[in-house]
Design a binder for this molecule. Structure first.
Ligand SMILES: [Zn+2]
Length: 294
């Protein structure tokens, strides 16, 4: 075993020991769950069988138009203070969001939210060369990749506290499809360029160049979105999330998805299909913003 290998194992080990309860089995991944059979989540996480679960299928036919203000993005146009860390946590790729260089956190208001929601992390769900891996379906279709921008109501000190409150968390969902043409701008380039260094579960890398959160949304029309009351899409499936899922599908250039499919999970198996299947709507309402208010 080379020194590098020993060191990288130590990094992985320390990451495991921070995140995994001591009793958790490695079979269940670093975070105590995996995607082999998402129905099994219920046995240890009863909330996962609740009536307000996510993701769901979103469609104009089944949504009610809602006249609300657009989402206002604060400090999204300011560079994040470096270094920005990106982690393969064994279940997903996740970027921590800290303060910007002006000393404030990026946050959102509007969009039907009451209150201020501060961005905590950005992470991704994807499929495989067999299955499209967005979590939500939009217009009756699933797409290749879904980015979640997870925001916490500033009334709460941590995400763990916020997830116990029905209005604790807001998540913006952005869906992507891979296209054949190399687009001039690639909104996810800074993150996708890092993926080869994140192959092993537990590995952490940092984005070298300055990054603004707005660059991840550079080609998105944020005026049109669906909003509904749902849950975290991973255990403990807390029903604390106001979802804001954009209708506009962003494009990423060829071979972007391959970079995600090469990642490995905690059992050193391919980290693919890390999406939760669609859940029942039950008696919830889905609203769609159709940009009547500027
Ligand atoms: Zn997610």
């Amino acid at each position: 075993m080379t020194l590098n290998k020993i060191l990288s194992n130590l990094v992985v080990f320390s990451y495991f020991s921070q995140l995994r309860p001591i009793s958790a089995s490695f079979d269940n991944g670093i975070n105590g769950f995996n995607y082999d059979n998402t129905l099994k989540w219920i046995s240890e996480n009863p909330l996962c069988s609740g009536f307000r679960q996510s993701p769901i299928s979103l469609d104009r036919q089944i949504s009610s138009p809602l006249v609300i203000y657009p989402i206002t993005f604060h400090n999204f146009d300011v560079e994040l203070q470096g270094p920005v860390h990106v982690t393969n946590n064994g279940n997903a790729v996740e970027m921590d969001v800290e303060n910007t260089v002006n000393g404030f956190h990026p946050f959102i208001t509007g969009g039907g939210l009451s209150g201020v929601y501060q961005v905590e992390n950005v992470h991704f769900h994807w499929g495989s060369n067999q299955i499209r891996g967005s979590e939500h379906a939009v217009g009756g279709q699933k797409y290749d990749l879904e980015m979640h921008i997870v925001c916490k109501n500033i009334k709460f000190g941590s995400l763990a506290e916020a997830r116990d409150d029905p209005f604790g968390i807001a998540v913006m969902g952005v869906l992507f499809k891979e296209v054949d043409t190399n687009s001039l701008e690639h909104p996810l380039k800074p993150i996708i360029d890092l993926l080869p260094s994140l192959t092993k579960a537990g590995s952490v890398s940092q984005i070298a160049q300055p990054l603004k959160l707005s660059s991840l949304l550079s080609r998105l029309n944020p005026k049109y979105f669906y909003t509904y009351r749902g849950s975290l899409t991973t255990p403990p499936c807390s029903q604390s999330v106001t979802w804001l899922v954009f209708e506009h599908i962003q494009e990423i250039p060829p071979n972007s998805l391959h970079q995600f499919w090469r990642l490995r999970d905690a059992d050193d198996l391919p980290l693919v299909n890390n999406f939760r299947p669609l859940q029942q709507l039950n008696n919830r309402k889905i609203f769609s913003r159709n940009a009547k208010r500027k």
